[in-house]
Design a protein. Structure first.
Ligand code: NAD
Ligand code: DAU
Length: 341
C-alpha cells in the first residue's frame, strides 16, 4: 500500500482524480488536503467519503504546520490546489500569489523534509502564453504568462524546477489544456454556459468569440496525471491535451444546439483584459513516453457533460447563491444590453 497526498481534491479536477485513483488503484490510499475555498466542495466526493482508502483533511497549503502534519506517512504528493480562474485573478491577484506561489513553496519544503518520493505538480498550458493562428505549445516553448493567474502558475512551476535542480527533489510537472466534464465550478465557460442556458439565461461571450481553446475531458487529464505519477521521469515536464480546438463561438453554438436554445441568448460582452487568443497543446511526449492518449471525442464528451449537469440541478443550485451571485454581478453586471462585435 502506498499513500498519496492530493491537494485541492475537493475541486473540479482533483475530485475526478481521486475518484479515478480509488476506482483503478487498489493499493493506493488517498489523503485529500483541501481548504474548501469557494471552489472546493465536499459534495464532489460524497460517493467516496466513506471509502476505506480515503481520508479528508481540512487545511490550507499556506499553513506550514498543517501541511507538515498531513504529510506524515505519505510517499507521494499530487498537487492540484490553486486559485484557478483567470477572471478572478484580474479582479484580485492576491489570493493567487498566496496559494499558487507561497502555498507551493510551503508544500515543496514540507515534502522535502518528509522525504516524499514523488511530487506531481499539476500546471497549465497558460504558462506558455498565447499562440497565433498556427503551431502548438511543446514542453520547450518558453514561458510567457499573460494573466496574474498564469504568472502565478509559472512562478510555481519555476519553484518546482529549482527544487529538482538544487535539491534533486523528485518532482514532475504536467501542463494541460482546458478541461471540461462533471463537477466543474460554473464560473468557467462550459459549466457557466450550460447552467445559464438550463435556466434560459443569456451567455456572455467575450470580445469577438474567436479565441481558441484546446479542450480535453477531465477523465483524460486525470489518466494523464496518473501515467505521469507512475511512469514519468523525474524533473520532466509533460504536456497533456485533447486535440480538440474550438473557437468560443463554435463551442457556444454547439451548446445552444445541444440544449435546444436560441442564438438570441448570446450576449457579446467586453473582452477579458489581456485575453490570450489561442492555446493548442502538442502532447506527443506524453503519448510516446507514457503510452497515454486522450480518448474522448469532444462532441461525445460534451454531450455526456451536458447530461451530467442536467442530472445535477441541485448541485448547481447549491453553488449559484451567496458569494457566487456577488461574483457574477461584479464580473458580468446584469447582462441586459445586447451588443455585437
Ligand atoms: P478548482 O478551482 O476547481 O479547485 C481548486 C481546489 O483547490 C478547490 O477544492 C479549493 O478548495 C482548493 N484550494 C484552493 N486554495 C487552497 C489552499 N490555499 N489550500 C488548500 N486547498 C486550496 O481548480 P481545478 O480546475 O480543479 O484545477 C486544479 C489544478 O489544475 C489547478 O492547479 C489548475 O491550475 C490546474 N489546471 C486546471 C485546468 C482547467 O481547465 N481547469 C487546466 C490545466 C491545469
Ligand atoms: O488552459 C488551461 C486553463 O483553462 C486552466 O489553467 C484554467 O484554470 C482554466 O480556468 C482555463 O482557463 P481559461 O481562461 O481558458 O478558461 P475559461 O473557461 O475561463 O474561458 C475559456 C474561454 O472562454 C476563454 O477564451 C474566455 C472565454 N469566456 C470565458 C468566460 C468565463 C467567455 O467568452 N465568457 C465567459 O463568461
Amino acid at each position: 500500500m502506498t499513500s498519496i497526498l492530493v491537494t485541492g481534491g475537493c475541486g473540479f479536477i482533483g475530485s475526478n482524480f481521486i475518484q479515478l485513483v480509488l476506482e483503478q488503484e487498489a493499493d493506493v490510499q488517498v489523503v485529500n488536503f483541501d481548504a474548501l475555498t469557494y471552489a472546493g466542495n465536499l459534495a464532489n466526493l460524497s460517493d467516496v467519503a466513506q471509502h476505506p482508502r480515503y481520508r479528508f483533511v481540512h487545511g490550507d497549503i499556506t499553513d506550514a504546520e498543517a501541511v507538515r502534519a498531513a504529510m506524515k506517512g505519505v510517499q507521494s504528493v499530487v498537487h492540484f490546489a490553486a486559485e484557478s480562474h483567470v477572471d478572478r485573478s484580474i479582479q484580485d491577484s492576491g489570493p493567487f500569489v498566496r496559494t499558487n506561489i507561497v502555498g507551493t513553496q510551503i508544500l515543496l519544503d514540507a515534502a522535502r523534509s518528509a522525504g516524499v518520493k514523488r511530487f506531481v505538480h499539476v500546471s497549465t498550458d497558460e504558462v506558455y502564453g498565447s499562440l497565433g493562428e498556427t503551431g502548438a505549445f511543446t514542453e520547450e516553448t518558453p514561458l510567457a504568462p499573460n494573466s496574474p493567474y498564469s504568472a502565478s502558475k509559472a512562478a510555481s512551476d519555476l519553484l518546482v524546477r529549482s527544487y529538482v535542480h538544487t535539491f534533486h527533489f523528485p518532482a514532475l510537472i504536467t501542463r494541460c489544456s482546458n478541461n471540461y466534464g462533471p463537477y466543474q465550478f460554473p464560473e468557467k465557460l462550459i459549466p457557466l454556459f450550460i447552467s445559464n442556458l438550463m435556466q434560459d439565461q443569456p451567455v456572455p461571450v467575450y470580445g469577438d468569440g474567436q479565441n481558441v481553446r484546446d479542450w480535453i475531458h477531465v477523465r483524460d487529464h486525470c489518466t494523464g496525471i496518473l501515467a505521469v505519477w507512475k511512469r514519468g521521469r523525474v524533473g520532466e515536464v509533460y504536456n497533456l491535451g485533447g486535440r480538440s480546438e474550438r473557437t468560443n463561438l463554435q463551442l457556444t453554438h454547439a451548446l445552444l444546439e445541444a440544449l435546444g436554445k436560441p442564438k438570441s441568448l448570446i450576449r457579446y460582452v467586453p473582452d477579458r483584459p489581456g485575453h490570450d487568443r489561442r492555446y493548442a497543446i502538442d502532447c506527443r511526449k506524453a503519448e510516446s513516453e507514457l503510452a497515454w492518449h486522450p480518448t474522448f471525442v469532444f462532441e461525445d464528451g460534451l454531450r455526456q457533460t451536458i447530461d451530467w449537469y442536467r442530472g445535477h440541478a441541485d448541485w448547481i443550485a447549491s453553488i449559484r447563491t451567496g458569494e457566487y451571485l456577488k461574483y457574477y454581478e461584479r464580473q458580468y453586471g446584469t447582462l441586459t444590453k445586447e451588443t455585437h462585435p
